[in-house]
Write a protein that binds this ligand. Sequence first.
Ligand code: FRU
Length: 484
Amino acid sequence: MNDQNKTAEYQAKIKEAEKNISSVQQSPYALKLHMMPPVGWLNDPNGLCQKDGIYHIFFQYSPFDARGGEKFWGHMQTPDFIHYEYTGAPLAPDLPIDRNGVYSGSALVEDGIIKLYYTGNVKEKGSEGIMEGRDANTIYVETKDGINMSSKKLLMTNEDYPDFVTRHVRDPKIWKEDDTYYMVQGAWSKDYKGHVLIFTSKNGINWNYSHALTTAETFGYMWECPTIFPLADSHFLSISPQGLAHEEFRYQNIYQAGYFQIDGDFKGKYELNNFQEWDMGFDFYAPQIFEDEKGRQILIGWMGIPDADYSNPTIEDSWQHTLTLPRELTLSADGKQILQRPVSELEKLRKEQILPDEHPSGEIIYKDLSIYELLLNNVSSSLSITIAKDLHLDWNEETGVFSLSFTGKAGYGRTERKTKLEKLEDLQMFVDTSAIEVYLNKGAVVFASRFYPMENNHDLLIQCNDCIRKLWELSPIKTTYHNQ
Ligand code: FRU
């Protein structure tokens, strides 16, 4: 299926909107290490995969409005996570089956083809859209290059999903084991409980519902963006649940994203245990995980969150949100925790190491740094870091609390996020123009947040007794745009 007139109409409209790319790049908050939208709004990473050495990174994209709106898939590609090319928005909501959004989905590379599966969202005006008034179509499309797409094929409609779910079913993620294709989709059941639906297929086109995964106790009403993935000998289920009650040290954002360890076999007898959040910061949601050609499990998240009560001044510059750095996942030695680390390719961005400027009080202040990486080892009793005057990272061994907090205006409504740690041994931190990612204890705990420096302040202040410090200014990643 396709509608060439509608597709051409959309492409012309996108071309018009993307004339603004160079002015978006002039935004004082334009990112230098993170993938940002060419113009407009970005949310979930989609269709992550690697084919013939090239990484394909699609993303939810609303080019016409920085506050969100019609959802397309934009496409970036990179051979090395340093040189990126934006090639356009190859999937548009141009058919009746996806007219209210080409929603999230995933990729499977097979026989030289990138096979894409996504949710075509259809909403009836004026309807509540939970028990009725919404269609979630599972749609398939193929591409060899992420640019030219085959016509779209409708694989499943709500009629193909089990009776116990509402109209909210979405975000297909596909993989293959032996001769069977598996698909997971996120679902909201009629009794308001988050589930993952599992479908199987012998050819990737004709699918049958198999069964659903959930927890014994209700864990939120909706699970978005599910992924099942292996690490060492264990299997994990990543979900983005909605509806968890806030706690002082957990679930502090409006919605969460994290992983369960799957004990047993998700195809038969299983238990979902030990949910851990991927990221404790203000801006993280809807991550996707894929295996690259080196066999690495790589996670990219949306560095943003829906319905938050804090904001981003970049809207005034006609863009909003970014993706996280690509993070490699490994399992901790005790097998209980996933460790996240920015992929090692990013070490190539390091310029010469900066030497500390010793201060009489024992503090170290670095002036006017805008994009950099800091590594601290041997952190022991306490640590305090201030970035751009208003953003603070604090660790106190006595209370065991690590926090990321704002004073002043740089948080645009962001206040404090915190966690309890048994110990803090090391910290790795990437600071971009208006985004920070902090990795603690070899990446067992991560905080990602946007921040907006005031008065052009780009200072870094570190108080840490006996820490071993390494600091590098970083070169920016390089992005080219197809129509520039
Ligand atoms: C997660 C999500 C997905 C959906 C997409 C729409 O942020 O709500 O469930 O497919 O965004 O943009």
